[in-house]
Design a protein around this ligand. Sequence first.
Ligand code: ABF
Length: 252
Amino acid sequence: TVDTPITVPSPSLPPLILTQDELKKVAAYKAVEFVKSGMVLGLGTGSTAKHAVDKIGQLLRQGDLKDIVGIPTSKMTHEQALSLGIPLSDLDSHPVLDLAIDGADEVDPYMNLVKGRGGSLLREKMIEGCCKKFVVVVDESKLVKHLGGSGLAMPVEIVPFCWKFTAQRLQLLFNEVGCVAKLRTCSENGQPFVTDNGNYIIDLYFEKDLGDLNAASDAILRNPGVVEHGMFLGMATTVIIAGGRGVTVKNK
Ligand code: ABF
């Protein structure tokens, strides 16, 4: 991979016009500054986290990082990390991680997240829930006032068995905030999207603000057909946001 250096402007200078992917790279590279030799690392999924994984691979190759163990949050990241020569392990062998770096779909002012539009929310939540430090990397387009308020999907991973029943239950649960539940399908063939764990994803779309997020989380998880949802509440310890005027690092 070619490592394109990116200059970030200071607040006193006029904003630099970076593409969204360049902003993602800025945030990801900033997060990699937290990585030290000897760490057990959660390796995130998605186009932002991909830059961080590439950079970790590059630092290992150069000898600037040593003795890293990576735990990938998806099959895709597993493949990427393998191709970069990053030594890999899993939660069975390493139940406590030093640090994870991953992207998000939405970040609210309290550092709560929506994740899973890429489909990897379950492994992400299992792994990122075991980290001493969880660094979220986003471009500024991911910032929202309320989770689920952007009109975009709130993903819920469910078992395929009687998925219509579970989808209806989820939709009814949020009737008061105008919820529509849709099965995620593959654009190529219209077949259900299947996660790395062999499950389906129901995307919930809300008309109104969800209100109490912890109550919403509990209500979703009370459905036996639900495996996990994409709200990551109180999990992020740091959020790195790249925007046209520079990088902001928010700590818990
Ligand atoms: C993963 O990648 C997800 O949880 C989230 O759905 C997505 C963000 O993707 P990107 O960085 O490509 O915007 O971290």
